[in-house]
Design a protein around this ligand. Structure first.
Ligand code: NAI
Ligand code: MG
Length: 360
């Protein structure tokens, strides 16, 4: 008998509720197949919370998240809230929840499904075997440093400052080493140590703690070189760890290797096993409410949750196998279909994947 785990479920806006419903089907199915026990508690967040509670991140929602072992999030946002003042915008809620829950790292796996290789703009032989994870520092660096304007000798000047301390670097790098230990045991630390002082501190910190992870093969890669190598030899990477802004850019680049935004999961983690899991895509208002959304990114986010928060690797593998099996059999939602007239709806895709989940 396994212990009951609590998952806070935030459907959000647009296609959020549609894809989250399919992920919940998957959670239910793994309870049946593997004997796990979950309780789920739904909470309002984003645009719908603004409409119903007058704030994107109600206190209640934060409490539901804090009392849970993990959070599953759909997506938030939409044109109807775009012109609101800052405190009444869905994205303000996103920054708030990350900060309040202490989520300092963002993990984005990029995996190529063999049968979808054609969806990428890169040649299939270059992509072959690509399975990497970008670990991005999420709460430090230039996005959070002091910013100001001043008058200079040649007109107005704008200043953004980039600050990192040893603690911030060490905790994210340790997390990356630990993730690498559970994967193919390779870590690429990305910086600009030839130019930036924050990068020198980053590299020194990585080198200082690396001996504690002797089983992980470490390489230092300069960020500009990394941007090239991701296109040239993506399959040679396992885990990539980097600071906030470099990670923002490289994780989008890595995401595009796979060719479809409807397929990509992400996790935001703090200390320990707690995490917030969500698809990389947004609320897709253009297709919301029509049953067209691809639920796979959200379903794969559940697999990440099982692996990283709960240590349920067997079920995580089973979910990923089920997705691959359904795709291999030729089933597609509209976003990844060649023949759109044969495309499955969101719920049809969710049903097929749920049915394909079994013990090995
Ligand atoms: P988006 O990811 O929502 O959509 C981009 C394009 O991809 C659209 O054509 C959409 O139909 C398609 N798409 C996205 N997910 C899909 C799926 N699962 N299946 C099939 N097609 C899919 O990005 P966009 O349009 O820039 O943003 C829309 C809204 O979402 C905005 O309000 C934005 O702020 C918000 N957003 C929220 C995020 C979050 O909640 N973490 C992340 C990114 C955007
Ligand atoms: Mg982005």
């Amino acid at each position: 008998m396994t212990q009951t785990k609590k998952i806070a479920v935030i459907s959000g806006d647009g296609i959020g509720p549609e894809v989250v419903a399919e992920a919940e089907k998957i959670i239910k199915r793994t309870e049946d197949v593997f004997g796990y026990s979950f309780t789920t508690e739904h909470a309002l967040f984003g645009g719908i919370a603004i409409d119903q509670k007058g704030t994107p991140l109600p206190e209640e929602t934060l409490n539901v998240c804090k009392s849970a072992d993990a959070v599953l999030l759909g997506a938030v946002g939409g044109p109807q809230w775009d012109n609101n003042p800052k405190e009444l915008r869905p994205e303000t809620g996103l920054l708030g929840i990350r900060k309040e829950l202490g989520l300092f790292s963002n993990l984005r796996p990029a995996v190529i499904f063999d049968c979808l290789k054609d969806a990428s703009t890169l040649k299939p032989e270059v992509l072959e075997g690509t399975d990497l994870m970008v670990v991005r520092e999420l709460t430090g660096g230039i996005y959070f440093g002091e910013k100001f304007r001043r008058e200079g000798a040649n007109g107005e000047e704008a200043v953004d400052t980039c600050v990192y301390n040893t603690m911030e670097v060490e905790r994210i790098v340790r997390q990356a080493f630990e993730i690498a230990q559970k994967r193919r045991k390779k870590l690429a630390s990305v910086d600009k140590a030839n130019v930036l002082e924050t990068s020198r501190l980053w590299r020194e910190t990585v080198n200082r703690i690396a001996p504690e992870y002797p089983d992980v093969e470490l390489e230092h890669v300069l960020v500009d070189n990394c941007a090239m190598q991701l296109l040239r030899r993506p399959s040679s990477f396992d885990v990539i760890v980097t600071e906030n802004m470099f990670g923002d850019i490289l994780s989008d680049e890595a995401a595009m290797l796979t060719g479809s935004i409807g397929m990509l999961a992400s996790a935001s983690m703090g200390e320990g096993d707690y995490g917030l899991y969500e698809p990389v895509h947004g609320s897709a208002p253009d297709i919301a409410g029509q049953g067209l959304a691809n639920p796979i990114a959200t379903i794969l986010s559940v697999a990440l949750m099982y692996r990283l928060t709960f240590g349920y690797a067997e079920a995580a593998d089973a979910i990923e196998r089920a997705v691959a099996e359904v795709l291999d059999a030729g089933h597609r939602t509209a976003d990844i279909a060649v023949d759109k007239s044969k495309a499955l709806s969101t719920t049809q895709m969710g049903d097929l994947i749920a049915a394909a989940i079994r013990k090995q």
